[in-house]
Design a protein around this ligand. Structure first.
Ligand code: ADP
Ligand code: ADP
Ligand code: ZN
Length: 216
């Protein structure tokens, strides 16, 4: 199964991708996680990307397309994957389409998660992310069992540098301008499935599984 999770920052892409990974046994491919790992490791890629990410702008298409090209060629992607945070521009979607056509591995579906803008700001403002494994928590709606520590790996929870009020507004504007047009792009290709991203995390997951025919 090859699935794209599309939606604005805070829509719940990472949260749902992680659940899908557990259920389906295929990897979550998050360009944001890959970039943050490069920043933490201080690699040339990370040094180049950090300022852009802190401003809430997009890393150049050529950079993320290169990341995805390499990642999708890894053996663990052979049975499928969940794309989270990629593609984010028309150029990225076109490049992905060409890549998958050359590989003979078409997309299964594009799931568009919809959430009201005020709710997105609330979610991003309270988000805390595991510094080790990238799992997302929320101070109010999805707290960890032990304060400040990841349920999955025990890592310390941090507030991302870009999850601050001003940068949040900027990222939502970037989404509207550059990424939202992909909804129509994939609808035109018959791949789009809309998912109501409001409400309970488990209820949304059930909706997604039903759409993918992965129930039970
Ligand atoms: P969120 O889902 O909260 O917006 P991500 O973790 O997906 O956050 O992305 C964080 C940042 O990483 C983005 O604001 C951007 O700077 C960079 N980034 C991630 N994915 C892409 C992409 N596909 N294209 C360009 N930049 C990206
Ligand atoms: P994205 O990857 O789309 O940016 P995340 O999965 O990181 O979004 O979720 C953003 C924040 O909202 C996190 O703090 C997460 O715990 C929280 N969250 C995710 N889904 C829901 C939901 N259905 N209801 C309330 N909070 C949620
Ligand atoms: Zn963790």
């Amino acid at each position: 199964m090859r699935v794209i999770l599309l939606g604005p920052p805070g829509a719940g892409k990472g949260t749902q991708a992680q659940r899908l990974t557990q259920k389906l046994g295929i990897p979550q491919v998050s360009t944001g996680d890959i970039l943050r790992a490069a920043v933490a490791a201080g690699t040339p890629l990370g040094r180049e990307a950090k300022a852009t990410m802190d401003q809430g702008a997009l890393v150049p298409d050529s950079v993320v397309i290169g990341i995805i090209r390499e990642r999708l060629a890894a053996p663990d992607c052979a049975r499928g994957y969940i794309l989270d945070g990629f593609p984010r521009t028309a150029a990225q979607a076109e490049a992905l389409g060409e890549m998958l056509q050359a590989l003979g591995t078409p997309l299964t579906a594009v799931l568009s998660l919809t959430v009201d803008p005020e709710e997105l700001v609330r979610r991003l403002g309270g988000r805390r992310t595991c510094g080790s494994c990238g799992a997302a928590y929320h101070l109010e709606t999805a707290p960890p069992r032990r304060a400040g520590l990841c349920d999955r790996c025990g890592g310390g929870l941090l507030q991302r540098d870009d999850d601050r009020e001003e940068t949040i507004r900027k990222r939502l504007a970037v989404y509207r301008e550059q990424t939202a047009p992909l909804v129509a792009y994939y609808r035109g290709r018959g791949l789009l499935r809309e998912v109501d991203g409001r409400g309970d995390i488990d209820a949304i997951f059930t909706r997604i599984c039903r759409l993918l025919g992965a129930e039970g």
